[in-house]
Design a protein around this ligand. Structure first.
Ligand code: NAD
Ligand code: IPM
Ligand code: MN
Length: 357
């Protein structure tokens, strides 16, 4: 029996509340299947740790994480610490440090989940975002000068390398080919005349190597509109770091809400551990009340199972979530219910038991 070692960084706000339920589901999947086991190591890193130590994680944090098979992350961010400090000190440091260059975000309307789009059919909302996760607008290159003076300026440069652009686009085409789907590239080549013109060139070059995969390119502003008016248009979508960030929050909204959306930060070569997380933040407005929706974190648990090759179990977790969504008896307030975080976790676990037995 294979035992997977998972580092759990609950983080801040609702992070620890939702990762607890994701662990519950992974334990249950392991127990029911009898094929695998999980060993969790909880690491108390985040903003509370920062307020005590001046660091978001220990100096050798990445080295400690290196020994694990995967990382389960809750959320990072606390009103007492500037967001750029907390995110660059932990989440972004891990994504970049472990070359997790693929941010895989499924935008699928689960059975039982409600879309705010009046005319969309359930099967219309089924896309997979492949977000570049290591460079682009998030490269952190730039600076500020002449603080406080009239001539003060800030400069932030996007970094689009050939290697970085090509590998993310290639990943999208490989995924689309396996699934028999199309690829849509998100661009802004009309205005960003250096970076996005380069992105488009690389896209065309890679697309030419996949003549069997339908390839489309769409400007990001039009894509935002089309996701609302014609979501069925999108299958595999490849986007730069910032465009992918923004469009996947929109995607979460059309697929039932931010409480349902998950994302995997993958190092496809498996040289480093990959990291799995809900795409929502620490939600300080509802933290500590036990009412956060754990479904997004549970979906990331399903992605962990997929990543380790247990796709049957990963699919089982999604079916269990759908069952709880369809029954509409045990839902958190964001989905119109009055259940607690733990009650939803228990309901999904019970549904999973029934599915796997
Ligand atoms: P947020 O996702 O934390 O919250 C946005 C809104 O959605 C809030 O009203 C919140 O209550 C609600 N919400 C989010 N997750 C929910 C859940 N699971 N169940 C029910 N409701 C939920 O985004 P924000 O308010 O922009 O950011 C708050 C903090 O989180 C900031 O510090 C930000 O930098 C950080 N952040 C972290 C991550 C991450 O760690 N991956 C992602 C986004 C934002
Ligand atoms: C996300 C988040 C992060 C991002 C923030 C918190 C840095 O919004 O994972 O979508 O922009 O990548
Ligand atoms: Mn985001």
């Amino acid at each position: 029996m294979k035992t997977y070692r998972i580092a759990v960084i609950g983080g801040d706000g609702i992070g620890p509340e939702v990762t607890r339920e994701a662990m519950k589901i992974l334990r249950r999947a392991a127990l029911s299947s009898g094929q695998l086991d999980f060993e969790f190591t909880e690491l108390p890193w985040g903003c509370t740790y920062f307020l005590k130590t001046g660091r978001m994680m220990p100096e050798d944090g990445l080295l400690q994480l290196c020994g694990f098979d995967a990382i389960l992350l809750g959320a990072v961010g606390d009103p007492r610490v500037p967001d750029n400090v907390s995110l660059h000190g932990l989440l972004l440091a891990i994504r970049r440090g472990f070359d997790q260059y693929v941010n895989l975000r499924p935008i699928t309307l689960l059975r039982g989940a409600q879309t705010p789009l009046r005319n969309a059919r359930r099967e219309d909302i089924n896309m997979t975002f492949v977000r570049e996760n290591s460079e682009g607008e998030y490269a952190g290159v730039g600076g500020r000068m002449y603080a406080g003076r009239p001539e003060e300026f800030a400069m932030q440069t996007g970094v689009f390398s050939r290697r970085g652009t090509e590998r993310i686009i290639r990943y999208a085409f490989e995924l689309a080919r396996r699934r028999g789907q199309s690829v849509t590239s998100i661009s802004k080549g009309n205005a960003l005349n250096h970076s996005m013109v380069f992105w488009d060139e690389v896209f065309r070059g890679v697309a030419a190597q996949y003549p069997d995969v339908a390839a489309h390119s769409m400007l990001v502003d039009a894509a935002a509109m089309m996701m609302v008016t014609h979501p069925e248009r999108f299958e595999v979508v490849v986007a730069s770091n910032l465009f992918g960030d923004i469009l996947t929050d929109l995607g979460a909204a059309i697929a039932g809400g931010i409480g349902l959306a998950a994302g995997a930060n993958l190092n496809p070569e498996r040289l480093y551990p990959s990291m799995f997380e809900p795409i929502h933040g620490s939600a300080p407005d509802i933290a500590g009340q036990g009412i956060a929706n754990p479904m997004a974190a549970i979906w990331s648990a399903s992605q962990i199972l997929d990543f380790f090759g247990h796709e049957d179990l990963g699919a089982g977790v999604l079916r269990a979530m759908e069952q709880v969504l369809c029954e509409q008896k045990t839902l958190t307030p964001d989905l119109g219910g009055s259940a607690s975080t733990a009650q939803v976790g228990d309901a999904v676990a019970a549904a999973l038991d029934a599915i796997l037995h």
